[in-house]
Design a protein around this ligand. Sequence first.
Ligand code: AMP
Ligand code: MG
Length: 423
Amino acid sequence: MRAAAALAAPPAMSGLVAVEEARRFVLSACRTLPAAQVPLFDALGLVAAQPIFSSEAVPPFANSSMDGYALRARDVAAVPAKLRVVGVLMAGDDPGALVIGAGEAVRIMTGAALPVGADAVCMVEHTRQQDGWVVIEEAVGPGTNVRHPGEDIAAGDEVFARGESLGPAHIGVLASLGVSQVPVFPRPRVGVVSTGDELVAGPGPLAPGKIRDSNRPALLARLRADGFVAIDLGRAGDEPGVLAQALVQAAGDCDAVLTSGGVSVGDRDIVKIVLEELGGQQARWFQVAVRPGKPFAFSTVPPRSTPVFGLPGNPVSALVSYELFARPALRLMAGHQNLERPRLIAVAALDMRRHPDGKMHLVRVTVKAGPDGLEARPSGEQGSHQMRSLAAGNALALLPDGVGVAAGERVEVWVLDLDRLSV
Ligand code: AMP
Ligand code: MG
């Protein structure tokens, strides 16, 4: 196999394939993972696999939304009104047999259950205390400052639909209902293996001709940042047999696998050959009409049809290709309905010129929110080996085939890091 792979000519150039077409192929080969129950806190960032119904009301009982006095609204229609204080209720107290009659009030704290007979709360700021009595200085209508049972969620409500992505507030809602196990689509477990005999991991001096493996750490970090389980599968060098073995093993252990390098048209570009061997008819090698990120290989691998993404070796290309193909597919596997990062319109702060070449160009940019909307400017050098500008920027500007845009023109941007939009 080694000789065959080393000598094999690359598959015939089939011309450029549009990003959308390659993505369609990839997405059609991926499936949402089987649902599972996970503990509440582990559900953060995952997608509900079933509609979730409440078994109880939130709030569970009528309670005060203010520190003040629980009373009968009709007793304070004319103010000032002097009421006799017949008790105190703290949050958590059982109001028990405490009943408010005509001309009476109960000192009450926020969250405490309303005593029987009370239908409103006057906030403490509008009262004056007089030993054993309280003077109410502002009339309150029935229901004022009262939180009614079920006014957030009624028992039996569908609180979340299947497909809802669960954020911190969702975790809070589920906790308020006493839910401890949540039916979700699990986090895809994604293995990362790098190819290339030139690669060295870790510190220490570099031998001549060697470089450090940066794609594997970057892809592992990217996966983790995107909410997937990142599994480091190490380096496979450029030996097809070793790579094939690593992929077979990974296909059993992982829900998906990313490789980097070895998908171009060099003599050592073994990934596409190994994928063809493992995936047969399912394997594809694309020359995508995009820059960076042109070469890309993909296959599902038996026995579980595990998707394997053959990302390019150039560091920026690897991450861009991940964005174009792997991330949407992994989100599909995780049950997300929205597979895309946000695409927004910005104004180019500088010229972004290019030449027609049949490809979409993705320019690393910094997008900033200014007084007149979003502004995009290139974040540095744009070679596919120059990672610094990807780290410095927060978005990719989309320049369709053509001559690019001039300063002041509108440009579509694909925001990779929303948190850095306002820096
Ligand atoms: P390839 O497609 O394997 O020919 O790789 C293209 C370029 O990316 C070459 O310059 C490689 O040395 C470089 N490269 C490949 N894999 C990595 C990696 N894991 N980390 C950094 N650079 C890489
Ligand atoms: Mg290589």
